[in-house]
Write a protein that binds this ligand. Structure first.
Ligand SMILES: Nc1ncnc2c1ncn2[C@@H]1O[C@H](COP(=O)(O)OP(=O)(O)OP(=O)(O)O)[C@@H](O)[C@H]1O
Ligand SMILES: Nc1ncnc2c1ncn2[C@@H]1O[C@H](COP(=O)(O)OP(=O)(O)OP(=O)(O)O)[C@@H](O)[C@H]1O
Ligand SMILES: [Mg+2]
Ligand SMILES: [Mg+2]
Lengths: 165, 151, 151, 165
């Protein structure tokens, strides 16, 4: 089970469908300030189910959809897909690839899709569980956040370890 | 339940010490149980002594030292509870040249068992990528992704 | 008293806009008065619109964009209430190559009227120094200062 | 009036008397992680009168004195000097150079010296005032602190501007 690619469309600064193919090892993302690198991180957090807008650098849900530029109108929907390789059959589906998509409309309608069909959050979470994608916020270290783990109080470190145990 | 916690704690500590040794040439690291009035475990704190220095509160460490200790602890957690992929956004910002190399070597080792997506401005870290993507904004306000070849 | 505040605010805003223009090619910046229920000034907020993008809350900016906006505001304050010297500790950590150059150019301009002590890991910023000091720890735990010649 | 040099002795990692001559323009300080660069910043904050130990990355006052290493014993006193050039005679003294020193002993005795003679905090502050060294925390941006000014609440920005006005 590995993450093959991420597709981002309409989310923050990703206006056209953007596909990022991932290495089985290290994939580096570089570029100028403000280009959209951390927006990719936000996109992955979001498709994994993050609901806290502060962690997505947004004040309200509609901040996640492309809000327009000098040359383009705002978009009406944001979509982020994770394409998981399932050739080892560790996920509870028969397909060699499993596509999880989260979509959010400016009307505030929100949907999850599994291999193209609408799915409940419960079903989506069972796939994440089988993929060992737990407490995703542990495996994602946001920009400027690396020191946070040190500065957290001993109680917080204990509860982190409790969740792991 | 308590046994689960103890086993997990021991595992994290062992890995924390092993990563700490890779980052600092010498010095000691451990995880300390902070008791409450009943003697129960109320919290866990990181104890570090840097090579040649005395044990100090984490707050007194330098920017780069804090990053290295935090990375040692995080990687220890990754080892004990693996995830298929990890995303690190500019975690090397405070590191000097030598420590950026150390970080990159640890990354390469850990990437044998898991995928890493690493965002960086650092030329040394960029070399570690098997795949390299450049994100630019040719058109104002719109991100464009370009696949870059590593030379 | 209110007049003093208004004059100072106008001066900071003017300088904020001027530094903002140097940092971003385009876009607008201003200082906004936040009123309380009586119409009095309760607070001041920075308003920025990045080139080609819409006006957004400061929280939505990228790491490097936040640094540049913060530096524009700080330098504006320095202009309005000058100090004989300023100390900047690794303020360039989040900047990309081009923005590090912009920062360095602004530093050189402002250093015509004031002294700057700049701590950095960045090779480009290091070039801006008239004097360059290397701090090392030959002996464990003990800082040693070496004067370095710029090549 | 300009800052000619800083001398640090016994403060944090500066065991031997260390003099840093400053350029009238830009002085860059570089070096490996943990070498002592930010400790120089703490030293200047401290000699300017900073009392908040959190801003000096210390939990108690004695944290400011060299606490010993594998090879050396702890020291008993910390001293930081600022040597101000007064050839333009803008400071309330007749000497071409004015030396301000702050000393702190492990016994918790604390003294200020002006040109080598013990001086009251009031006298020291009058020299700083004449030197335009106000609200020093504005002119010193600590490591990792550049974003703080942005994230401060509007009320805090207003009170900052009030103090400048
Ligand atoms: N919904 C949205 N619509 C349009 N633009 C957006 C939206 N949300 C965020 N942005 C823009 O995205 C930019 C931030 O991008 P991001 O944080 O990914 O940059 P970055 O590449 O990580 O840069 P840095 O190197 O400075 O960290 C900001 O300029 C912000 O205005
Ligand atoms: N009183 C003290 N006695 C001895 N060592 C001390 C004392 N106070 C702080 N230190 C040491 O000083 C070091 C921090 O130095 P400093 O913050 O100046 O590093 P730096 O050069 O700024 O590094 P970085 O590039 O990582 O920011 C820490 O290792 C700390 O243990
Ligand atoms: Mg970023
Ligand atoms: Mg430092």
């Amino acid at each position: 089970m590995f993450l093959e690619s991420i597709e981002i469309f309409g989310f923050k600064t990703f206006v056209t469908n953007t596909r990022i193919l991932l290495s089985p090892g290290i994939t580096c993302i570089v570029g100028p300030n403000g280009a959209g690198k951390s927006n990719i991180v936000d996109a992955v957090r979001w498709v994994l189910g993050e609901q806290r807008y502060t962690l997505l650098r947004a004040t309200e849900s509609t901040d996640l959809i492309f809000s327009g530029s000098g040359l383009r109108k705002p978009m009406s929907v944001a979509s982020v897909k994770l394409i998981l390789n399932n050739e080892a059959h560790t996920l509870p589906l028969k397909t060699p690839r499993v596509i999880i998509e989260r979509r959010f409309y400016r009307t505030k309608e929100s949907h999850y899709y599994l291999n193209g069909e609408e799915a409940s959050l419960q079903k989506i979470n069972s796939v994440f569980h089988a993929a060992n994608v737990f407490g995703y916020t542990n495996s994602i270290v946001g920009q400027g956040k690396i020191e946070e783990i040190l500065l957290s109080r001993p109680e917080e470190k204990k509860s982190l370890i409790d969740r792991i145990a | 339940i308590k046994n689960e916690f103890e086993i997990t704690l021991k595992g994290i500590e062992k890995n924390f010490q092993s990563f700490y040794e890779k980052m600092f040439k010498g010095g000691k690291a451990s995880l300390e149980k902070i008791p409450d009035e009943l003697g129960e475990v109320r919290g866990i704190e990181l104890n570090v002594t840097l090579p040649g220095k005395k044990k100090q509160s984490l707050h007194l460490l330098s920017g780069g030292e804090k990053t290295l200790v935090a990375l040692a602890f995080l990687f220890a957690i990754f080892k004990v509870k693996p995830s298929p992929f990890y995303i690190l956004d500019e975690v090397d910002a405070a590191l000097d040249e030598d420590n950026v190399v150390k970080f990159g070597e640890i990354l390469e080792e850990e990437a044998e068992d898991a995928q890493f997506i690493v965002i960086t401005h650092n030329k040394e870290t960029m070399q570690r990528g098997d795949f390299l993507y450049g994100i630019t904004m040719e058109e104002e306000g719109v991100s464009k992704v370009v696949s870059l070849k590593l030379v």
